[in-house]
Ligand binder design. Sequence first.
Ligand code: NAD
Ligand code: SER
Length: 320
Amino acid sequence: MKKILVTGALGQIGTELTLEFNRRYGAENVIVSDVNNDVHGMVPDNAFERLDVTDVHALERVVKRHEVDTIVHLAAILSARGEQNPDLAWKINIDGLLNVIRVAMAQRLDRLMVPSSIAVFGPTSVLYNAPQETILKPNTMYGVTKVVGEMLADYYWKKNGLDMRGIRYPGIISYKTMPGGGTTDYAVEIFYEALKSGSYVCPLSPESCLPMMYMPDCVRATVELLEAPTDALKYHGGYNLGAMSFTPEELAAEIRRYIPSFTIDYKPDFRREIAKYWPASVDDSAARANWGWAPKWGLEEMTRDMLVNVAEKLGLDFNI
Ligand code: NAD
Ligand code: SER
């Protein structure tokens, strides 16, 4: 890996992953791109390209101009937005991915990182400790696009030796960039509301238990998989990755340890139906065995760190 292009780099994961890439590989070797050009100083040290991944020619021009050999493809429409606009989800998540694959093969790139999601699971999946290998029949368009993405990764690896890698990310929790329209966004929004108003109205139900991960673990996992030797990897589409699992009730109880008056109410909407068929936990033994995955952040440490950092971001005087 000499030159990395990050697509969708101004999103929740891209902004933080880019900073870690800069530390490891040098900002001059990390090109950031997004369809949105509202950079706001988020990644000030990097070359920026305004790039829509559905435009294959523009993508190819950027790859050639910067002599890119690795693409970390983060441009996507997430689950909740995808249910509101399934055609758009297909266009960006599948047409965009196929463009990335085509350019990667034409330009003989070294490797691609393409995230998958816990959304690959569905009503027929096991709810607890969902296996790495199982029947994947999601009931959201986002989930469908992620299953297709995993299948394309397997197909092009076997057929053309294209080295694609992926993680089935759980819900990612962070404070630097707001999440972009997923079902798990509540687990970020709740911290802002707890600090600003002392109450939160949750779009999921109290018992919606989902796998989650704090951003430092997400960034570290992504780098570890990207750097793993190819022959260590048994899967190319998406590794299950566990860190923590909780319900909104459990998260609210943890927040109450620091803000005792905090209240949570429930007004479930269509996102409850999405969450209902995602697993509560996943079996990540393949990631542990193949590339040494081990999470570092749990619910307690994450909650404390989120409260401190969100309070600072909001300019609130909050001591714990
Ligand atoms: P995000 O929504 O925060 O960011 C996506 C970025 O893609 C945005 O900056 C957006 O402007 C950009 N984008 C949208 N359409 C584009 C296009 N046509 N061309 C170029 N850029 C475009 O998403 P994220 O949370 O950073 O997710 C990154 C990847 O990780 C996605 O594949 C997502 O499915 C996956 N993932 C995320 C989570 C999570 O909780 N954040 C969980 C599971 C999987
Ligand atoms: N956090 C993501 C979402 O809710 C999971 O892929 O869409």
